[in-house]
Design a protein around this ligand. Structure first.
Ligand code: PLP
Length: 474
């Protein structure tokens, strides 16, 4: 591709992105497609001869985009709503152009150091201690796996070499993210040795139950080694008591990991800083800028107080000759702290985002998201056909139609099939509930209000009251 051709196609692409971000509200959030549709629409074999960018881009617009679930849509309220902000997208484009792999300091000094600088800024904004070492992983799942591996290394130092260990036990609340179970699985801990601690009526881990379970496991000859607290659970954004759980972890000398993938961003706000109270004692913590910090997927941060352990757990007796790098003061070789050798230049987009918005700009947007959530909760609580299903702590609203689980599932299906908004569901206290997660940078009060009106008009009339009109599908 010649520079001229690149320039021409590049302008087309940037124009398309600008239009997309401007007009995205007009697109259905969920595509109206059947499984296999794209596979059938595309040739079964790759092109023998090269094609022009015009043809490729036309197919992108006509075949790919219609099958996309628009995560960047302001009425994407499912799971956790995310955003690729303008500065984040531009940073991603430049990172692709530079195509560096900063596995070692010398393979890209600026990429290595920008990662340290951006994570240092964020660490300060989150009120975390200076002693925290930060590293970027693709996802929180990968970050938490590294934390569990480090915990295992500390608890049974020989395992790294021999592959054998005593039955180690990891604790997390029954509402912990599945990535913790899977991390333990991948680390060879065994699913049976992941003990789920019961939670209270607000979905927070019960510290007293944790202590009891640890005592019982010790008495049974097992070896507790790690406890995971969640600051912002996925189902309901409940916040475990990081301080109390940290104290128990310290008492029993367990590795203490904090999963703050979603709600960690909220700690940028003074009034929410307390959710990480006690995190100064944590051995590790994950937070996802690709979740609620306007940074394109993927970028998750793992902070740890014990980089030495994180490095040791993955170290070979002797590094292969092609990777031997001179130890130099200040020259960090980030790949020594992660299973992946190659590293994308992810910090560039985060740096763009942090600088473009500034701390003040970011906190303003996060606050607005939370206000919209509180406002919605207020509306829900004044409609007798609905009820809130969990406290609204951040920007997620869990609620349900006062009817059967099936009524609620049907309601969710009707809303999502309309293409106007996308919500997801979960189970709380044994009941199916709807989740409306606000987190996209372009979401407005109107988006939320409109969606609530659609939900109301798609719901069955109150049980017992005369049905004035049949339920209107959207
Ligand atoms: C989303 C989420 C994760 C998983 O994040 P990935 O980056 O997709 O691996 C882990 N923990 C919590 C609490 C989450 O909300």
């Amino acid at each position: 591709m010649s520079p001229e051709e690149f320039r021409a196609s590049g302008h087309q692409v940037v124009d398309w992105i600008a239009d997309y971000l401007r007009d995205i509200r007009d697109l259905p959030v969920l595509p109206d497609v059947q499984p296999g549709e794209l596979i059938d629409a595309l040739p079964a074999t790759g092109p023998e001869h090269g094609e022009s960018m015009d043809v490729i881009l036309a197919d992108f617009r006509n075949l790919i985009v219609p099958g996309i679930t628009h995560w960047n849509h302001p009425r994407f309220f499912a799971y956790f709503s995310i955003s690729a902000s303008g500065p984040g997208i531009l940073g991603e484009m430049l990172a692709a152009a530079l195509n560096v792999n900063h596995m070692l300091w010398k393979t890209s000094p600026a990429a290595t150091e920008l990662e340290q600088v951006t994570l240092g800024w964020l660490r300060q904004w989150l009120g975390l201690p200076d002693s925290y070492f930060g590293i970027i992983h693709d996802t929180a799942s990968t970050g938490s796996l590294h934390a569990i591996l480090a915990a295992r290394e500390l608890a049974s130092p020989g395992v790294r070499l021999t592959g054998e260990h005593n039955p180690l036990v990891l604790y997390a609340s029954e509402h912990a993210h599945s990535s913790i179970d899977r991390g333990a699985l991948a680390a060879g801990i065994g699913l049976e040795n992941v003990h789920h601690v019961p939670s209270d009526d607000q979905f927070r881990m019960r510290p007293d139950a944790l202590a009891t379970m640890i005592e019982a496991d010790l008495a049974a000859g097992k070896k507790p080694f790690c406890v995971v607290a969640t600051a912002g659970t996925t189902s309901a954004t409940s916040v475990d008591s990081v301080a109390q759980i940290g104290e128990i972890a310290r008492r029993y000398q367990l590795w203490f990991h904090v999963d703050a993938a979603y709600a960690g961003s909220a700690a940028l706000l003074e009034e929410h800083r307390h959710i990480l109270d006690g995190a100064t004692q944590a051995d590790s913590l994950v937070v996802n800028p690709h979740k609620w910090l306007f940074t394109p997927v993927d970028l998750s941060i793992l902070y740890t107080r014990r980089p030495d352990v994180m490095r040791r757990m993955l170290s070979l007796e002797e590094a292969p000759p092609y990777l031997q790098a001179a130890e130099q003061d200040r020259a960090v070789n980030l790949s020594e702290y992660s299973l992946a050798l190659g590293r994308r230049f992810r910090s560039l987009k985060l740096w763009f985002v942090l600088r473009y918005f500034g701390r003040e700009g970011i906190t303003r947007i996060l606050r607005r998201h939370m206000e919209m959530a509180r406002d919605l909760a207020q509306r829900i609580s004044t409609d007798s056909r609905f009820e809130l299903a969990a406290p609204v702590l951040f920007s997620l609203v869990c609620f349900r139609y006062r009817g059967s689980d099936q009524n609620n599932r049907d309601l969710l299906d009707r809303i999502n099939a309309s293409g106007r908004a996308f919500l997801s569901g979960t189970t709380l206290h044994g009941k199916f509930v709807l989740r409306l997660a606000i987190g996209n940078i372009a979401t407005t009060e109107d988006d939320v209000r409109q969606t609530w009106e659609w939900i109301r008009s798609s719901a069955l009339p109150a049980t017992g009251s005369p049905a004035a009109e049949p339920p209107r599908p959207l």
